[in-house]
Design a protein around this ligand. Structure first.
Ligand code: IPM
Ligand code: MG
Length: 357
């Protein structure tokens, strides 16, 4: 099968981790007889430096005409002082909005043999996904700062329509239908109108899914429950900013944010990215963990119906970890075989070629 992937290497550790995911995709292509083509796209700080904006139309169009987009990470201190509308992150938000990827799925599980990395003592049975609404809410409302007689006043507007809530709720119920059939809808309905609407619409959608067990949870309680008893969750569905915050918390439960992939879908072309940032402090030192990006590439293949290929990539990561290979973020033991970013990618690529499936 022929597929064209837009590769956004981005900033910080982005280029290093994307290179390793590409290496693994090449191994999949070799093993399964596919042809994968790659189109490089500049986005984030690197695009600001080159073109004066974080995602020029020409770069965006390359994404829109690809089969899927694989992204490393964007941002860094270097661009902290650029105008808010030109920040690296604005490129990412523009990309998500333009692709229409309103549904962001972020899985958290504790890998076999990595339980000791979790800060949670009762961590067995942890395997849940956060379905985060990705193209609405406060991220996309009006942002403004006004000079007033009392000094500066800033506001960020959070808006949700019934339709925006309905479509993400459907994704959550469909996701749960293929898992343990539990949806926990997270909101702040004791304070926010958007959350009261959220709860109403999620319950309406639930009527179409009588087999799914729906519960509601306030976001502050959810933040606590993820630490107290993460095994209780199957699918969490929540709005954009709550999902941003809770998914970082959930990632740490698994031991390292470096391991967590994500898939964003909606209108057509999907976007796949690890949930961590660009980690400028470790960039260029070949110590970044590429596993989150490699697993994002696996999610990308699965969404393109390349199921065997996706399973092979995931199995290779599992074998990598069970054989004691580690990147520095997950190394704790003297028996660990600690590899740099590129050796990690090479080893997983080799395992993809060797894996029995
Ligand atoms: C994420 C990131 C982004 C977000 C930033 C980089 C804009 O934190 O993907 O979780 O807030 O969505
Ligand atoms: Mg985040």
């Amino acid at each position: 099968m022929n597929k064209t992937f837009a590769l956004i290497r981005g900033d910080g550790i982005g280029p290093e981790i994307v290179e390793q995911a590409k290496r693994c995709l090449d191994a999949v292509a070799e093993r399964f007889g596919h042809e994968f083509l790659y189109v490089d796209v500049d986005m984030g700080g690197v695009a600001i430096d080159k073109y004066g904006e974080p995602l020029p139309e020409t770069e965006l169009n390359k994404c829109l005409s690809s089969d899927a987009v694989l992204l490393g990470a964007v941002g860094g201190k270097k661009w902290d002082d650029v105008a808010p509308d030109l920040r690296p992150e604005k490129g990412l938000l523009k990309l998500r909005k333009s692709l229409g990827t309103f549904a962001n799925v972020r899985p958290t599980k504790i890998w076999r043999g990595l339980g000791h990395l979790s800060p949670i003592r009762r961590s067995s049975g942890v395997d849940f996904v956060i379905v985060r609404e990705l193209t609405g809410g406060v991220y996309f409302g009006e942002h403004r700062t006004d000079k007033t007689a009392e000094g500066l006043v800033a506001s960020d507007v959070m808006t949700y329509s019934e339709e925006e809530i309905r479509r993400i709720a459907i994704v959550a119920f469909e996701t749960a239908a293929k898992r343990r059939k539990k949806v926990c809808s997270v909101d702040k309905s004791n304070v926010l109108d958007t959350s009261r609407l959220w709860r109403k619409v999620v319950h309406e959608v639930a009527l179409d899914y009588p087999d799914i067990d729906l519960s509601d949870m306030l976001v502050d309680n959810c933040a606590m429950q993820i630490v107290k008893n993460p095994a209780q969750f199957d699918v969490i569905v929540t709005e954009n900013m709550f999902g941003d915050i809770l998914s970082d918390e959930a990632a740490q439960v698994s031991g390292s944010i470096g391991l967590i992939p994500s898939a964003s879908n909606g209108a057509g072309v999907g976007l796949y990215e690890p949930i961590h940032g660009s980690a400028p402090d470790i960039a260029g030192r070949d110590v970044a963990d590429p596993i989150g990006t490699i697993l994002s590439a696996a999610m990308m293949l699965r969404d393109l119906d390349l199921n065997k290929e996706a399973a092979c990539m995931e199995k290779a990561v599992e074998t990598f970890l069970s054989e004691g290979y580690r990147t520095v973020d997950i190394a704790t033991d003297s028996e660990d075989v600690v590899l740099g970013c590129s050796e990690c990618g090479k080893t997983i690529a080799r395992l993809i070629l060797e894996e029995k499936i």
